[in-house]
Design a protein around this ligand. Structure first.
Ligand code: UDP
Length: 239
């Protein structure tokens, strides 16, 4: 059997990915599918850290427009990511996949606080580590959290799971069916062309730390395994 391409990965799950087709909240079928796919790569011996988003429950920028100040709305968004993390942990537990949730904002009754060395130890023991609470700071995103945590734990790649697209396109393929999919892009291209893959803070952090990003669709079962095995699906962003 061929060996996985990566030893340690960060999987970025947007809130949208957890919402599935309903577009909001948490879809138990999506949780089940994602947990299955994570379990599959754990069996291959890959160390998996997950950064969860919260946009399916609360998104700071759009909510702040409705009258709550931005910092408060962002803290609410960070709390939303914790709900997603717990849902994913419950899904993994059902399959017998060991996991730990670590939060950037302390809530010890619910999860461990984020401690870098402890997270690495969990990974070495083949436990899935779910990073919740974003960076713990308003005005940031969970994409930036994925870049930050990947750099901290020395992950080799960020697997950016999407539920609307299967890679990066020249334009939004939903609105522009003629848009073409890229196999490979540089960080600079992402930044200069403003391609909506991740925010510029996250892209810059990945570029400075030389962390490649693979954008792919989570909707097809088995895709996480394919990416981890080095199959060319989706778009690779690198130097
Ligand atoms: N957020 C934040 N700081 C962080 C990460 C997240 O303030 O470090 C807030 C922000 O309001 C954001 C929300 O949490 O809108 C949900 O995160 P995000 O939008 O990144 O989730 P996703 O788009 O991946 O579902």
């Amino acid at each position: 059997m061929t060996k996985p391409h990566y030893k340690r990965v960060v999987l970025k799950l947007s809130g949208e990915a957890l919402a599935g087709t309903q577009g909001f909240g948490i879809d138990s079928k999506m949780i089940e599918s994602i947990a299955n796919q994570i379990g599959e790569v754990i069996t291959l011996g890959v160390e998996v850290a997950v950064v969860v988003g919260g946009g399916n429950i609360w998104r700071g920028v759009s909510e702040s427009a409705k009258g709550i100040d931005r910092a408060t709305a962002d803290y609410m968004g960070m709390l939303a990511t914790v709900m997603n993390a717990l849902a994913l942990q419950a899904g993994l537990e059902k399959l017998g996949v060991e996991s730990r949730v670590q939060t950037s904002i302390e809530m010890r009754q619910v999860a461990e606080p984020y401690i870098r060395r402890r997270a690495i130890r969990h990974l070495e023991k083949r436990r899935v580590v779910i990073f919740a609470g974003g960076t713990g700071n308003p005005f940031f995103s969970t994409d930036t959290t994925a870049a930050l945590r990947a750099a901290e734990i020395e992950a080799e790649v960020i697997l950016m799971a999407k539920n609307k697209v299967d890679g990066v396109y020249s334009a939004d393929p939903v609105l522009h069916p003629e848009a073409t999919k890229y196999d490979h892009l540089s960080y600079i291209e992402i930044l200069q062309q403003g391609l909506g893959v991740m925010d510029s803070t996250a892209s810059t952090l990945c570029m400075e730390n030389n962390i490649p990003i693979i954008v792919f669709s989570i909707l097809e079962e088995g895709n996480i395994k394919k990416v981890v095995m080095g199959d060319q699906i989706g778009t690779v962003i690198g130097g």
